[in-house]
Design a protein around this ligand. Structure first.
Ligand code: NAP
Length: 247
């Protein structure tokens, strides 16, 4: 479905980003991806993608929260791959605390890594997309950005911000043939959710109509749909992949 395309996926050394990279590579998409600190995992993943799927793959250690680093990343990726067709703003973190205990650092770190990163990376690649008069941008938000969550005011604000950003970008660049959508995962089994207690996990599961956590492939399938021509007439939307948590 993505033959001849190149995708840049932020935060793909593990978790959801990794699942997206694997599915896209299996659909013949060349993969540029970023990570924060997992150098060994990223190198092994590059090799795995190249050997298993025969695509070009390269990992870049680049802090998505850093504006200048994002500009340098875009230059390197475009020089190495020639072009980028799909951009997935996936890198994200949590620093959970109830508001009374939340520190300024916890607030700033989450807003910078989850929300400012989407601005940094999108801006860095935008001229390239405008020049191509084509492109698909996908922002990884969360059901928490839509419905809020106690103990996650910073995370919810960052993810709600991404939805507003997505809608604005869709209006701004639709006429140039560039689409921008958001994907809102619910409870997905990755390292981000691994640290939650069994009690908390069971509480989440009980509220999910499909009665299971999602897999990274569940989220990747939605991204494949939106990134490919299957989603050609879809922009400015938020697609929930949450087993029915948001109805
Ligand atoms: P994860 O397993 O913790 O993986 C996070 C990825 O982001 C890693 O590759 C990490 O790189 C990278 N990263 C972190 N900070 C970065 C930075 N400043 N610059 C570049 N890369 C950075 O997380 P996940 O569960 O896959 O979540 C991926 C996205 O989905 C996030 O935006 C998250 O908010 C969203 N989401 C997740 C869930 C869920 O249930 N898991 C639900 C809704 C939304 P390193 O390996 O180098 O640290």
């Amino acid at each position: 479905m993505l033959s001849g395309k190149t995708a840049l996926i932020t935060g793909a050394s593990r978790g959801i980003g990794k699942g997206i990279a694997e599915l896209f590579a299996a659909n013949h998409c060349n993969i540029a991806f970023t990570f924060a600190s997992s150098v060994e995992k990223a190198r092994a993943f590059e090799q795995e993608l190249t050997q298993k799927y025969g695509v070009k793959a390269k990992g870049y250690q680049s802090d998505a929260a850093d504006f200048k680093a994002s500009e340098a990343l875009a230059e390197s990726v475009i020089a190495e791959f020639g072009k980028v067709d799909i951009l997935i703003n996936n890198a994200g973190i949590t620093r959970d605390a109830l508001m009374l205990r939340m520190t300024e650092e916890q607030w700033d770190e989450v807003i910078r890594t989850n929300l400012k990163s989407a601005f940094n990376i999108t801006k860095a690649f935008l001229k390239h997309f405008l020049g191509n008069r084509a492109g698909s941008i996908i922002n990884m938000t969360s059901v928490v950005g839509v419905q809020g969550n106690a103990g996650q005011a910073n995370y919810a604000a960052s993810k709600a911000g991404m939805i507003g950003f997505t809608k604005s970008m869709a209006k701004e660049i639709g006429s140039r043939g560039i689409r921008c959508n958001a994907v809102a995962p619910g409870f997905i089994e990755t390292e981000m959710t691994e640290s939650l207690s069994d009690e908390v996990k069971q509480g989440w599961m009980a509220d999910i109509p499909l009665k299971r956590g999602g897999s990274t492939t569940d989220v990747a399938n939605a991204c494949l749909f939106l990134a490919s021509d299957m989603g050609a007439y879809i922009t400015g939307q938020t697609l929930s992949v949450c087993g029915g948590m948001l109805i």
